[in-house]
Design a protein around this ligand. Sequence first.
Ligand code: GDP
Length: 402
Amino acid sequence: MNINVVIVGHVDHGKSTLIGRFLYDSESIKEGRVEEIQKLAEEYKRRFEFAYFLDSFDDELKEERTIDTTGVMFKGKENLYSIADVPGHKEFIKNMLTGASRADVAVLVVAADEGIQEQTGRHTFLIHMLGIKQIFVVVNKMDAVDYSKTVFNNIKKKVEHLLDSLGYQDIQFIPGSAMEGDNIYNPSRQMKWYRGPTLIQALDSVKISKKTMPLRFVVQDTYSFDSPRVVVGRVESGTLRTGDEVVFQPSNVRSRIEKIKVMGHELEKAELGDSIGIVVDKEVKRGDVCGLVKTPPVPVEEFLGEAVLLERTLRKGDRMELRCATRRVSCEIKEIREKINSETGEVMEKYPAVINENEAAIILFATEPLVVEKFSEIPELGRFVLAKDRNIAAGVVLEAAR
Ligand code: GDP
């Protein structure tokens, strides 16, 4: 099975090192890369770090900046993993919006010598908001605290409390050292007191049941100078076949799929994630969402969402632009139902007058007709950005009112 993992946690708690360790121990590193990295590190007078195995390392070393996001893949015994590393809060939200964080499982890294820090809470909250149900916690840098069971248990208790308030129970905690290689890919020789799984064993036990969802094809562009008309976009859920009777919303245009094309070839069908061109006999618009006539997308004019404010303030009655998939509409904040602390997930106030930077909220939006879906079901149609000149908030769709 192919599993998307997102690694979260406070800056410097060892996320990149953990990924590098995974790559190294699973022998997923290209031949010669180890030597190449050692040479580069010497040349730039830097200590060797496992994080250097991430492809963007060369740039990082030269520019002395931290990597933004890295997508890497490696194999466990059971599953194939795609891993995304998320260093900062804003980057995380950005990734969530671009789809980089289409994660099935999250690994929360907490350094043993520092314990819970600001981003530990914020990232955990976002994991919860994104509807990611499976979390593993690595208490990292155990080597820096003499592999102490007491330190591990103290941190575990605090993180458990945080997770519990967000609705996560019975979470697996793993004491590890990404740097020394304890309990990440290989079992630790230093922590005989721990009898649980290594991180890779824990990940290998993950089972994901992917629900089949109805077809949703998001229109990115149309080429109407062509005859017949070619509509370009991406399948975000379900399957599209030639001959299908479809409807585009909110334009409310019905059509038959005459052809499906990819780079000059014709296909019989297209599936989730495929970027394709389709030939239809009617005019549709960028931002439309297409579905089968029997399971059509339904445009709404109101929906309930949860958003985190990245900057400025938000009040009931405010108007702004809402961007969802390829569509931009104007929207109004109709009700702010709850103000939420984005570090702890606690409800701070019901029906507050104002939401400030870094706070989260459950909001009822009124919009121009728009196709949205629950984020947990069809992520691409379930995430949105609010913009006033520039992006001020990011969120997910909880419930589409129909
Ligand atoms: P990130 O910001 O969370 O990606 O953290 P990095 O992976 O860049 O690690 C930050 C620093 O912590 C680096 O200097 C690492 O060498 C160090 N580090 C990472 N993992 C461990 C560990 O298991 N033990 C110790 N002692 N240091 C570690």
